[in-house]
Ligand binder design. Structure first.
Ligand code: AP5
Length: 215
């Protein structure tokens, strides 16, 4: 199944994409992760992207479309686009890429979450340094404190853009540049909205039922 997960920063896109990748085999394609890899590699694209990401603004359409174009189409059991597209120009470019690669989009899943909850989720988020598994100070702690459930790693990281000022900019960017994608995909009959305010397990159940995978 080929999916887009759409929603504001902290809505739970990455959490649910990681879960579906593990359970259903669909590949998570996160443009945020790809850009952070470019930053870590010290490449020219990474250096330019870092300054923009640190401010909470969007990296240029051209750069992001180029990165996705290189990756898309190598998945055997479908993909979950997480954090892409984020502008109407990116959505139109994705339509062209899918047509070129003879791929079809099955669903666009929107995560609906209040701004207040988003700030709480982003402020408490941390990831395993080795495997990227996602945790939260209160909503999703490792089963054994200080040890990653997935790989046993002992080091964790917090994202530099998860600070109050940058979170505000990211939420504003979502409202201004990404929310217009909701009518875009509704018009194509692909949009499916889930209540992202429920807890992590409940959201998983809502997504699975909506996609017709379980229950
Ligand atoms: P990106 O990495 O895509 O970040 P984002 O969209 O801001 O989304 P997040 O990863 O912050 O949130 P999420 O929805 O995945 O939530 P998560 O599951 O982690 O982008 C970063 C930057 O890169 C952008 O600002 C931009 O500069 C650039 N960029 C990326 N893509 C781009 C593009 N296409 N175009 C241009 N620029 C681009 O959950 C958050 C926390 O909440 C976790 O701790 C989790 O454990 C917890 N949680 C999850 N679900 C629940 C729940 N149901 N209840 C309680 N807690 C929960």
């Amino acid at each position: 199944m080929n999916l887009i997960f759409l929603g504001p920063p902290g809505a739970g896109k990455g959490t649910q994409a990681q879960r579906l990748e593990k359970e259903a085999g669909a590949r998570q394609l996160s443009t945020g992760d790809m850009l952070r890899e470019a930053v870590a590699s010290g490449s020219e694209i990474g250096r330019r992207a870092k300054a923009i990401m640190d401010k909470g603004e969007l990296v240029s359409d051209e750069v992001v479309i180029g990165i996705v174009g290189e990756r898309l189409g190598q998945e055997r059991q479908g993909f979950i686009l997480d954090g892409f597209p984020r502008t109407v120009a990116q959505a139109e470019a994705l339509d062209r890429l899918l047509a070129e690669k003879k791929l079809k989009l099955d669903r666009v899943v929107e995560f609906a979450v209040d701004d207040e909850a988003l700030v709480d989720r982003l402020s408490g988020r941390f990831n395993c340094k080795s495997c990227g598994a996602m945790y939260h100070d209160r909503h999703k702690r490792p089963k054994v404190a200080g040890l990653c459930d997935r790989c046993g790693g002992r080091e964790f990281l917090r994202r530099p853009d998860d600070n109050p000022e940058t979170i505000r900019t990211r939420l504003a960017a979502y409202a201004r540049q990404t929310a217009p994608l909701l009518p875009y995909y509704r018009g194509k009959g692909l949009l499916l909205t889930v209540d992202g305010m429920a807890d992590i397990a409940q959201v998983a159940g809502l997504i699975d039922r909506a996609l017709g995978q379980k229950g």
